[in-house]
Design a protein around this ligand. Structure first.
Ligand SMILES: [Zn+2]
Length: 390
């Protein structure tokens, strides 16, 4: 083959550089803004009593995928749904940061094949993540934990990652400190190896979902092909997670997988960003049935209600409040929590700076301030104080 002339090679190089810059600084932010959109009906009016109550809350949220995107969470953005300045404005003290590592193209709630093209691969390349993340799911999880660790170092005590109950206890009474907890969205970062649980623990992960949108080595997803339960590897992995003190998140797991977990352990569990099927039956393959949620509640688990279409039928602040009231009536006031799924490629009616609109809507529904306090954060704080490694 004839080699390229020097001029043609230079042109190709320039085109490649322009392509890389466009992908990182134009296409990636545009994708972020489109995928994590906020559609407000109108500015939300917050009454003085609602604002006063909200300002006195310690808000906690069980799920945000912020680490997947190229935004620097230390800065305030006018797109996406969560960053540190907006978390502080919304009164959030504790935020679970989840690591998304693989996402089948054509995502839907009913049936996704994990063997096809993966959108996260394109995204990490467009965002110029290190090459080690391009074809390793494990490395994508490790990298996202390292991003949060870097923010912890830069935060000089104003942002900490809670790795133990003592970390959380020491920070939660200081309103200046924002607290993060790390979780993997699905356990495919294990790449089928039990020993990767310990490696991810060392990176700071304290909670793990079992599946995301597709069936993986551990078993069936709610949105996968088989809808099956846990595999033998999945059962071994769950036992090992329990042994190492990792909190189990049932979000996205198939009904059979959740029932298998309930049979394997009597530990309290988490549903980080879900919904109650009897409250919003429209999307069967997203929400859990009452009997599973009641069993989770009986063992003092934590049930996080999402803010997006599919888990709740009305995504307005009023709709979120209705879903929270329904869950409290069904499951009791001690287990229900916020599970936004901010930055999780969902459209929401508010970003995290606007959470007072939920407090307002709960007051409008005559939820007692004492119960609002629990749902908005205290249930989650109490749960993690008990469930994080002591
Ligand atoms: Zn999710």
């Amino acid at each position: 083959m004839k080699s390229l002339s020097k001029g043609a090679a230079a042109l190709l190089l320039i085109a490649a550089i322009i392509g890389i810059i466009a992908a990182r600084f134009v296409i990636a932010p545009r994708t972020d803004a489109q995928m994590n959109a906020v559609k407000r009906a109108a500015p939300y009016e917050i009454s003085k009593p609602a604002q006063a109550l909200h300002d006195s809350l310690r808000v906690a949220d069980l799920h945000a995928d912020t680490l997947l995107w190229a935004r620097n969470p230390e800065n305030r953005y006018d797109y996406g749904q969560t960053d540190f300045p907006r978390l502080r404005e919304g009164g959030v003290r504790l935020q679970v940061f989840s690591a998304v590592t693989k996402s089948p193209r054509g995502l839907n709630f009913d049936r996704n094949d994990g063997t096809g093209p993966d959108d996260v691969t394109r995204l990490v390349m467009a965002q110029l993540w290190p090459a080690r993340t391009w074809n390793s799911i494990y490395e994508r999880a490790a990298f996202q934990a390292q991003r949060l660790q870097k923010l912890e170092r830069a935060g000089q005590g104003n942002f900490i990652i809670a790795r133990t109950a003592a970390d959380l206890k020491a920070a939660i009474d200081n309103p200046e400190i924002l607290i993060g907890i790390l979780e993997t969205e699905g356990a495919h970062p294990l790449e089928g190896k039990i020993e990767n649980i310990a490696r991810l623990y060392d990176e700071g992960y304290r909670m793990m979902g079992l599946q995301h949108f597709f069936d993986n080595e551990l078993g069936g997803s709610m949105h996968g092909v088989t809808k099956s339960g846990l595999t033998d590897f999945g059962k071994d992995a769950v036992a090992e997670m329990v042994r190492q003190g990792i909190i189990l998140d049932m979000a996205h797991a198939s009904e059979k997988s959740v029932r298998d977990v309930l049979a394997l352990t009597d530990k309290p569990l988490v549903l980080s960003h879900g919904g109650v099927r009897s409250a919003c039956p429209r999307t069967k393959n997203r929400n859990l049935p009452d009997d599973i949620l009641l069993e989770m509640a009986r063992r003092k688990s934590l049930i996080g209600i999402g803010y997006f279409e599919g888990v709740i039928c009305d995504i307005s602040p009023n709709g979120i409040a209705d879903a929270l009231v329904y869950a409290v009536n069904l499951l009791g006031e001690d287990v229900v929590a916020l599970g936004s799924d901010f930055d999780g490629t969902v459209t929401t009616s508010l970003d995290t700076s606007e959470l007072a609109a939920i407090t307002q809507a709960l007051l409008d529904r005559n939820m007692e301030p004492r119960v609002i306090r629990k749902v908005m954060g205290e249930n989650a704080i109490a749960f993690f104080l008990g469930a994080l490694p002591q």
